[in-house]
Design a protein around this ligand. Structure first.
Ligand code: 0X9
Ligand code: ZN
Length: 288
């Protein structure tokens, strides 16, 4: 994936740059591509693969990257030109590797703990109501949030990267699988954020666009309400730091194949993810 990204930026040197959005416990870069057609554009940050086993999210992120640089579709080209994109297909690269070599269903980071169990759930590790709900203090649980807020180097280095972009960051997108949800803040409380109406309005446009290529429906709602309470998520952190439009996509499917999405569904799942993100970007643009 990283080799492909290196090739991609070489093909589009005027607008695409390889960026280092952080690093991992095992010393891998969290590599991304920045797309900028002009200076000082509003920023959209896209992350995928925070949970190692959610391969469909990483595929979708690479597809989005590719299409933002190559598509002749005017809606895609317009989205590409209107924002500065920072796209990270694998924000938990140690787990990405581990799911390819050792355990296909690994979710957490790969940092050793004081027990025999490894890793923390990076989507429970951000300093936003950290450790309050939807976590487990069992080191072996998939929902172990780490020993403290931002205990994982992936979290700390990504926060530092995002910090500089926050003043210009208008949207934050977390790609996950699976379930076909479009989740809004918050995860740690059922209370609605201040701009709930605006978030829902953009979410409706996003879901509408997402359904256009293949008719795949998304259920819209706050994580706490439609899924389950969850604290310390990256999206909630971004929203708590003032990013107005923050969304978590749970891509295909609804549980038939789950994380083990068949290869034949990679492209359609990516096409609808692109359509959704482009629809979201357009709706955000109209509200800036
Ligand atoms: O539990 C999660 O982290 C996400 N679901 S998943 O099945 N992909 O693990 C839900 C995202 C929760 N997001 C927020 N709490 N903001
Ligand atoms: Zn996930």
């Amino acid at each position: 994936m990283y080799t492909w990204m290196e090739g991609l930026v070489k093909r589009f040197p005027a607008v695409a740059t390889l960026v280092k959005g952080g690093w991992s416990t095992e010393g891998r870069h969290i590599l991304g591509v920045r797309i900028a057609h002009a200076a000082d554009l509003p920023v959209i940050y896209v992350e995928a693969g925070i949970h190692g086993r959610e391969w469909a999210s990483s595929s979708a992120a690479t597809y989005i990257l590719d299409q933002l640089l190559t598509s002749a579709d005017p809606a895609v080209a317009q989205a590409a030109r209107s924002f500065e994109w920072h796209i990270f297909p694998s924000v938990n690269p140690d787990a990405h590797e581990y799911t390819h070599t050792t355990d296909r269903l690994w979710r957490k980071s790969r940092k050793p703990t004081t027990t025999l169990c490894t890793g923390a759930d990076l989507n429970r590790n951000f300093p936003v109501s950290w450790g309050t709900v939807g976590v487990s203090w069992d080191f072996c649980s998939d929902l172990f949030p780490g020993t403290r807020a931002a205990s994982e180097v992936e979290t700390r280095t990504r926060m530092a990267y995002m910090e500089d972009l926050l003043p210009r960051m208008k949207a934050f997108v977390a790609l996950h699988s699976f379930g076909q949800f479009l989740l809004l803040p918050w995860g740690f409380t059922p209370a609605e954020p201040r701009d709930h109406q605006g978030l829902v309005a953009v979410a409706s446009k996003t879901a509408e666009a997402f359904a256009r290529p293949h008719g795949t429906p998304l259920t819209i709602g706050s994580i706490a309400k439609v899924l389950y309470p969850a604290s310390g998520a990256s999206m909630d952190w971004a929203h708590s730091r003032g990013v107005p439009f923050t969304y978590t996509f749970e891509l295909r499917d609804r549980g038939n194949y789950g994380f083990l999405l068949p290869a034949s569904e990679i492209l359609p799942a990516s096409e609808e993810a692109l359509a959704g993100v482009v629809g979201m970007a357009d709706a955000v643009l109209q509200r800036l």
